[in-house]
Design a protein around this ligand. Sequence first.
Ligand code: UN1
Length: 496
Amino acid sequence: MSFSSEAEAARLFDRLGITPGAGDLGSTSPIDGGLIGKVATASPADVAAAVGRAQAAFQHWRMVPAPRRGELVRRFGEALRAHKEPLGRLVTLECGKILSEGLGEVQEMIDICDFAVGLSRQLHGLTIATERRDHRMMETWHPLGPVGVISAFNFPVAVWAWNACLALVCGDTVVWKPSEKTPLCAAAVAAIFAGVAIEFEEAPEGLLELVQGGREAGEALADDPRVPLVSATGSTRMGRALAPRVAVRFGRTLLELGGNNAMIVAPSADLALAERAIAFAAVGTAGQRCTSLRRLIVHDDIYDHLVGRLKAIWPGLSIGNPFESGTLVGPLIDEDAVAAMQAALARAKGQGGAIQGGEPIGGCYVRPALAEMPAQSGVVIEETFAPILYILRYRTLDEAIALQNGVPQGLSSSIFTTDLREAETFLSAAGSDCGIANVNLGPSGAEIGGAFGGEKETGGGRESGSDSWRAYMRRATNVVNYGRDLPLAQGVDFDL
Ligand code: UN1
């Protein structure tokens, strides 16, 4: 292979103005296994110091008018536009997603910047009718404090940006613990942000603190009582360990954990459209999105036709270097992920699954797998972060919806149908139980304008668009008496 991840890294670091070198935490590219840089792991004492700086910065930042905070985020968005190409390439280099998706991830950051800028003039509360004469009742939203953001390898920059851009316009400061598998993407983003912040007079030092490392650094952040909110993206196992640690000190969490996303394909579906949606959602990002399609629930009448088509398409999917145009499936993040995929397929086979594909083909590369399953149990109800598509049959819509909802996770879902009744039933209270439910498109690839997150073991948090900003603020209820009397609520008499 003529490609060298080290050489590509050196070029990108130059363009991004970073010099990662000294440190104990190495980052390897899944493309060719090359060591592309090193950073230093933050000790618990380093995390505490970072939180201290973020807290000091918060004292100042919370008093900067929100639209001015928005101006900083606007400038950050401009800097991201200027760096889109090298940053997108670094995302591809470090996490292995195809270049179009690497660039798309930076676009997602730019989009959330724009959203946050508009939001910075719309952080609104309510005025509420009061029962007391000459009183006014309202609610005010105030900044919360330093927000801890723990992000995952698969969206090493965009999911951080959803959190950080909202937190910053809300008047919070940010302490970021990125995945230990993608420390260089984080270092590059922090450098771009620092370049913008230093030019912005109202921005104190400590607005964004980066703490690199693994579990220990994350735990230090979770345990620090000065961090009122920890927003964490990752596995359900991680969330289950983290959430009680934050809860025990009455901190808040915003959790975006595992998904086990399904698509129902009904007899009336536009199957040509469905095929493309299935392929992108199941093998895009090598099946490593939290929104990836993992379960396909197909009506009996079209099962043979549709599954036959998928069996024909899958072997032709181009797998390889994610920088090469034409590649659709890049490598998995590391060899552990390859082993986890193999273990899942072995279990699926043991459960009576008929498997096509899925073989490792060297390094971190695998063939995407199709697994026709006799039932939804065992490995099918777990999230395996790999391109395995489990396929199940159904006869009635009720049965299909029961299958869709019959897993512990509740992130994203979709149905392909041209039958209005079916579509609306799927979206109704008796339909999909997920945070995201789509009709005639796949479960992945959400836009930033909607609230993102899901129910059950997905953790219940909502990030990104809609009114997700409220999680990053605290609500105060205010009552003002502008009269000359002191009426008490509920008609209580208390005359001295
Ligand atoms: C994730 O995988 O953690 O909706 C986030 C999507 C992307 C975000 C995925 N916009 O697939």
